[in-house]
Design a binder for this molecule. Sequence first.
Ligand code: DON
Length: 352
Amino acid sequence: MNIRRISILVLMAASLVPEYFCAVTAVAQNTKTSPVSPRVEQVQAIVKEAYEKFKGDKNGKNADYIPYLAKVDSNLFGIAIVTTDNKVLTMGDVTYSFSIQSISKVYSMALAMEEQGPDKVLEKIGSEPTVRPFNSPNAVIDMPTHSGNPFVNAGAIATVSLISGSTADEKWNKILDFYSKAAGEKLVLIDEVYKSEAATNTGNKALSYLLAKYDRIYADPFESVDVYTKQCSVGVNATQLARMGATLANNGVNPATGERVIKTENVPHILSTMMEAGLYDGSGTWAWNVGLPAKSGVGGGIVAIAPGKGAIAVFAPPLDEAGNSVKAQEVIRYVADRLYYNVFSPGSVGLQ
Ligand code: DON
């Protein structure tokens, strides 16, 4: 089916759904879609069902160890899907800019691999689940690699320390620029989040010095924590986050800009790490129930990747005990089940 025909179908479908559901399509650039991708009408219907089903769920609690996050409205709720052929489906609070927090770790890992190659990142950081909370000093002491993987705080701070740059500012600008390329638009720091976290991040500073004790940090520890704190304070809305995810789903090419952001050969390493550690000590249950590589952040976002199809990002601040958004997990599980996104399910390759 050619792009013009797809565009007409999507516009027809959009006119059939309620006003608050927004579906747009743009000319896909340099993209390929899985032949078993669900139809856009199907995706719209399922996302709407999920939104209605879970919007009233009051479980979970905003993160409060970063004071700014405790004040974010707990009722905010947005869902965005961006497909590998650049269709954008959104519902709810998708223009609210929230802090990316730990989801940033995926893209800093990607940047470190662009610069150093995957073998170096595996050697210097590791890729093992810690089976402990994301900020655990015990994991640094007990794990043979000490840094664990690029998604726990210790491993993420060590990953930042691997990124080249003669000054902290140079590293930070490089990181922000890389995230912006993955999102397809300029992202900015939420200064209030940065200040709030920088004033309270003694735990991360302690992790950085523990890493230094084991020679597992590769630049000045506190400088690395500061750049890491900035990367966690980058603002994204659900649509931007879904597009960052779609860049991974599309083999490293941003489906909106057509720009290659991540080398093809690095994508499987990133997705496998997301599967094993993206939801911290909730990752095993997530793989069992959902079967999609995903990453959460304490700001309330989760992005999940359906390789070759697209990405879904959900934002809803209340978190469970492991630090993962309750509603985001529910929505993604519901959508993944019904659209056969689970990568372990034969349905994901069209065998139903
Ligand atoms: O360093 C921290 O604790 C936060 N900036 C990020 C933690 C986080 O997002 C864990 N996610 N679920």
